[in-house]
Ligand binder design. Structure first.
Ligand code: FPP
Length: 225
């Protein structure tokens, strides 16, 4: 049976969820933050799940209206401050992938504090993808490696990327069937699951069902049965 050691999620559908209820898009992000909390706690309670990587803000999300971007930044800061205690209580280590340099000093400091205060935790790793794009991640890795005289190997690339862990199970909520520049290198042999459920409606029950299906998939990694 397959083990979903590393689950990655594209949390899509917040805006549509809010609009369907006649609310402003940002209300969907607020509801989405609650689901991040619930899904993280569920994953922390499953022994086989080691890592949960969540796509919270992409390198392309800066194109959104300024007010929505500002709201997302504030929401992240609030979420991290509020979650610190719960993360520690549940032995969850907080990490990030992506280029944090573009964020405000205040948000960078909050992120750093939560990382430091949970660095001793050895249960689930919750990794937020922040100002993350797989192409940007790969370019940064290549630019850093090209200083070396040696040919670049697969291992060297893997070690230079922000996320050094292959994805087992990649889920996208919100009905679209695309990867949107998320963990392209690490998902080379990930199993992909797409659901129409909008992120604020996603539950641990649905995740549990997806994991059960995933455990039965035959993974061949390019080889034969
Ligand atoms: C996609 O929905 C979601 C985002 C761009 C942001 C994800 C953010 C959250 C889930 C909440 C905040 C996260 C944390 C960790 C506190 P969309 O706005 O593209 O939805 P749409 O496709 O319906 O417009």
């Amino acid at each position: 049976m397959n083990k979903a050691k590393h689950i990655a999620i594209i949390m899509d559908g917040n805006g549509r969820w809010a609009e369907l209820q006649g609310k402003k898009r940002v209300k969907g992000h607020e509801a989405g933050a609650g689901v991040v909390r619930a899904i993280t706690e569920y994953c922390a309670a499953q022994e086989e799940i080691e890592r949960l990587t969540l796509y919270a803000f992409s390198t392309e999300n800066w194109k959104r209206p300024r007010l929505e971007v500002e709201f997302l930044m504030k929401l992240l800061d609030k979420y991290l401050n509020q979650e610190l205690e719960t993360l520690m209580k549940n032995n969850i280590r907080f990490e990030t992938v992506g280029d944090l340099g573009a964020f405000s000093k205040k948000l960078q400091k909050t992120i750093q504090t939560v990382k430091e205060k949970t660095s001793h935790c050895d249960g689930l790793v919750q990794s937020l993808a922040l100002n993350y794009g797989a192409q940007d991640e790969m370019l940064r890795a290549i630019n850093s490696l090209k200083k070396s005289q040696d040919d670049i190997t697969l291992e060297m690339m893997s070690q230079e990327l922000d996320c050094k862990h292959d994805v087992d199970l990649l889920i996208r909520t919100g009905g679209d069937h695309r990867l949107s520049n998320f963990l392209l290198w690490q998902s080379a042999y990930a199993e992909l699951f797409f659901t129409d459920t909008l992120w604020p409606d996603f539950t641990d029950k649905e995740l549990d069902k997806i994991i059960k299906k995933f455990t039965k998939v035959e993974r061949r990694f390019g080889g034969l049965k």
